[in-house]
Design a protein around this ligand. Structure first.
Ligand code: KG4
Ligand code: ZN
Length: 336
């Protein structure tokens, strides 16, 4: 096999992602074929604290990153000598967590004098659907709803995206997690609330919707009204009506997301929609976007939640830094 060439002679990118609580590595070809996608989730580690503890996350990334990288190479049936480019999430995210990925990626690239592509995590979510075997073609609208971010982006070229609207307070996943906590469900609450909601009546409680017509979103008022509903019902009643509360609350979040997507599609004249982020796993959201009347891309769940495959996908459209220019590269908790 030629140097820098992976399976079937393709040039491949080794991508790392450690922006939050998942340690991820993936091998992606420059044409967008996915050869491996490894995620070591720290979910259980943080569950006992009810949320991600940044210091705990960084330490765990340090313990896992080498093994996860080796696993990604092995599953792609390649070695480091077959890698053409290294890619890594530079931000946004938890700074200590990001630093582990950035330092590892620099070390991996520097030993082979390979180019390094720093990637914006959000760009990764936006282009996750451009991977083979069914890549979305621009122009398209992307709705990203995760535990950390919720926004709508217009994509005309896969190298960039334009944010059309975003949450002004909590992310949609955060709204799910906080709602789940109020209903006494475990962490992360999104999947549990989704499950419970299937047994409930979504019209049982009237939760507020943020002002229609805008592309920005707000979930903090919704969370507060769930809190008031739970309080006024009292503990026993609230438990008994848990499924109705969950269904009504979920309906309010999903309606807000789908309505913004509908407005953006119409306003921008777009006919393709991709969704991403952990909330894309939500069963009601998945069903509702299919009714928007446009072609919809919902990537496999492991490409919706945080992963390095999407970082490799974005790296194909990014600007590689040559050795040794990237040695001074820093992680960035926020990206302007
Ligand atoms: O993208 P992601 O894995 O990472 C972070 O942003 O950290 O998203 C995780 C979020 C969590 O808030 C989780 O509760 C939510 O996605 N989530 C869901 C579902 N599955 C995961 N929310 C609603 N319904 C689901 N089925
Ligand atoms: Zn993410």
């Amino acid at each position: 096999m030629a140097h820098g060439a992976g399976p079937r002679g393709q040039r491949v990118i080794l991508a790392l992602e450690t922006s939050c609580d998942d340690t991820c590595a993936a091998v992606v070809s420059e044409h967008g074929e996915l050869h491996s996608n490894v995620v070591a989730s720290q979910g259980l580690l943080h569950a006992r604290y009810g949320g991600v503890v940044p210091e705990v996350a960084s330490r765990r990334h340090l313990e896992l990153v080498d093994a996860v990288t080796a696993d990604a190479l092995e599953r792609a049936s390649i070695g480091l000598d077959d890698v053409a480019t290294v890619a890594v999430t530079r931000g946004p995210g938890l700074i200590g967590a990001l630093l582990v990925g950035v330092s590892s990626a620099k070390a991996l690239a520097a030993t082979r004098r390979l180019p390094l592509v720093p990637v914006d995590h959000l760009h990764g979510h936006v282009v996750a659907s451009t991977l083979e075997p069914d890549p979305i073609e621009p122009p398209y609208l992307c709705l990203v709803a995760s535990g950390g971010h919720t926004f709508l982006a217009r994509v005309d070229e896969p190298s960039a995206y334009q944010v059309l609207g975003q949450t002004l307070d909590d992310a949609a996943g955060e709204a799910f997690d906080k709602g789940a906590r109020l209903l006494g469900l475990g962490y992360p609450g999104g999947p549990e609330l989704d499950r419970l909601a299937r047994e409930g009546d979504p019209d049982a409680f009237a939760f507020p919707r943020s002002a229609p017509g805008q592309l920005d979103l707000s979930f903090s008022g919704l969370k507060t009204s769930l809190l008031y509903a739970v309080r006024s019902l009292g503990e026993a009643q609230a438990r008994q009506r848990g499924a109705d509360l969950a269904a009504s609350y979920q309906r309010a979040i999903v309606e807000a997301l789908v309505q913004r997507a509908r407005i953006a599609l119409e306003r921008e004249g777009l006919e393709r929609l991709a969704i991403g982020g952990g909330v894309a796993a939500n069963s009601e959201l998945r069903a509702d976007v299919e009714r928007l009347g446009v072609a919809v891309w919902v990537p496999a769940l492991e490409l919706c939640t945080d992963n390095a495959a999407m970082i490799g996908a974005a790296a194909r459209f990014g600007d590689p830094l040559d050795y040794p220019d990237y040695l001074g590269l820093d992680a960035a908790a926020r990206i302007a």
